[in-house]
Design a protein around this ligand. Structure first.
Ligand SMILES: [Zn+2]
Length: 440
């Protein structure tokens, strides 16, 4: 018999209703998940015919399929599936509408509309098998903090979120809404993290972390989709980035740096950021520096194809399409070199630049540009958890960790495109999606 808790969650997922407090975890509930294939991302191995015992929201044990099941356990039969830890996207933007060429779009919607778009996006992300995200920024400050908290308290269905709160950016830089007439004042809530000196950087980092953010996102160079800015151009000095790193460290928090240009990447790495986002124009020296400092690379090597096809269809401005072309292929070349050099790589897709829920589309690209299928899956599980400093709770299927599990039909590791159709999603022991075949 399925418990009412599980049934409610499945119904909520299927109908689009939001989870309610009825989804609160029953700590005594025991579930036995029978896995035809079980991916051990810690060891890089695939086991056959295993059972994962879940008690409440945690994984209790992993045992051979022949071992006796705990009494009273609800059995979920995934013997025709490959079972993996919940996937993690380290570069998402869940708040608001999909970002297009119209950079002032966020001004046309109320804060509530932005938030409810986030609700929709969070649900699509979870049901695609991504049970955690590191959300790297929203134009309207702190909407991500509210979404994270609403998911955590069961008001909204979505992935666990680690959030940036607001962009730390120079004025008129990559994290600004640009395109307004010069005599139009953009409201403060869109410019919460604007900082033009090391002192201002410290002030804004404090304000963002005091406002409830988990880490800091700094825009070290120009951006592809921010009109007028140049991806190759640095926007902060090394000292200014270091000010962010040192101030964040006072809170036990880290800094993620958006950086396309090689010089901006090197400044950020030397300043001690935890991750480089994009890394599109990195050179050999930047790769060597990242290896030396143990800096993570989060490279969104899929979405350039999406931007190009949609941008041409919708006749986006020529300068955006040109910048996209200039960064896409060089990024992939750099990614391949970084893999070969042993740079630490975590999975991040820039979801929000393309529609949410398609997060798995980048997995085959990771293999095309130098990773093994196991390395690609590790980047989206245990490595991602390490980058987020969440490896104590998620990222692998191990006793004591949160029961975040996904399953893909058949031998999923043989075809990473099959991850676009995740058949089963459990987060914290609650089932949000399951194939009808496993229902008792
Ligand atoms: Zn981004």
């Amino acid at each position: 018999m399925r418990t009412p808790i599980v049934r409610l969650a499945a119904v909520a997922a299927a109908t689009g209703c939001f989870a309610t407090s009825a989804l609160a975890q029953d700590k005594s509930q025991v579930v036995a998940v029978r896995a035809g294939r079980l991916v051990d991302v810690d060891k890089g191995e695939i086991g056959r015919d295993q059972v994962i015992v879940v008690r409440g929201d945690r994984i209790e044990a992993i045992q051979p399929g022949s071992a006796r099941l705990p009494t009273g356990a609800r059995v979920i039969d995934l013997s025709k599936y490959t079972v993996l830890p919940g996937l993690i996207d380290c570069h998402s933007h869940l708040i608001g509408e999909i970002q297009a060429a119209d950079v002032l779009l966020p001004l046309e919607r109320s804060e509530a509309q932005e938030a409810f778009r986030g609700v929709r996006n969070a649900r699509a992300t979870l049901l695609a098998g991504f049970t955690s995200v590191r959300d790297v920024g929203t134009y309207r400050a702190f909407v991500d903090v509210a979404l994270r908290d609403a998911i955590d308290d069961g008001t909204v269905i979505g992935p666990r979120m680690e959030v940036a709160g607001a962009y730390v950016t120079v004025s008129t830089g990559a994290g600004e809404l640009v395109g307004a007439a010069p005599d139009v004042t953009i409201p403060f809530s869109y410019r919460f993290g604007v900082a033009n000196s090391a002192d201002e950087v410290r002030t804004r980092v404090r304000a963002i972390l005091n406002g409830g953010a988990d880490f800091i996102k700094i825009l070290a160079t120009g951006a592809v989709l921010t009109r007028g800015t140049k991806p190759g151009a640095s926007e902060y000095t090394e000292d200014q980035i270091r000010a962010a790193v040192e101030q964040a460290a006072e809170y036990g928090a880290f800094v993620a740096a958006h950086a396309h240009g090689a010089e901006g990447i090197k400044r950020a790495v030397r300043a001690g950021v935890r991750s480089i986002e994009h890394g599109s124009l990195m050179d050999d020296e930047a790769i060597a520096l990242m290896t030396k400092h143990g800096t993570w690379l989060v490279a969104d090597i899929y979405n350039g194809d999406y931007t190009d096809s949609v941008g041409r269809q919708e006749k986006w401005p020529a300068d955006i399409l040109r910048k996209n072309t200039e960064t896409t292929e060089t990024q992939r070349v750099g990614f391949r070199k970084a893999v070969a050099a042993g740079v630490r790589i975590a999975y991040g897709t820039d979801s929000g630049i393309y529609p949410h829920g398609l997060n798995a589309r980048q997995l085959p690209y990771m293999v095309k540009y130098g990773m093994t299928p196991m390395q690609a899956i590790q980047s989206a599980t245990i490595s991602a958890a390490q980058l987020m400093q969440w490896e104590d709770r998620v990222g692998s299927i191990a006793p004591g960790k949160l029961a975040d599990l996904v399953a893909v039909q058949g031998d999923a590791m043989a075809n990473l495109r099959s991850f676009e159709k995740v058949g089963f999603v459990m987060k914290g022991g609650v089932v949000y999606k399951e194939p009808s075949a496993v229902r008792p």
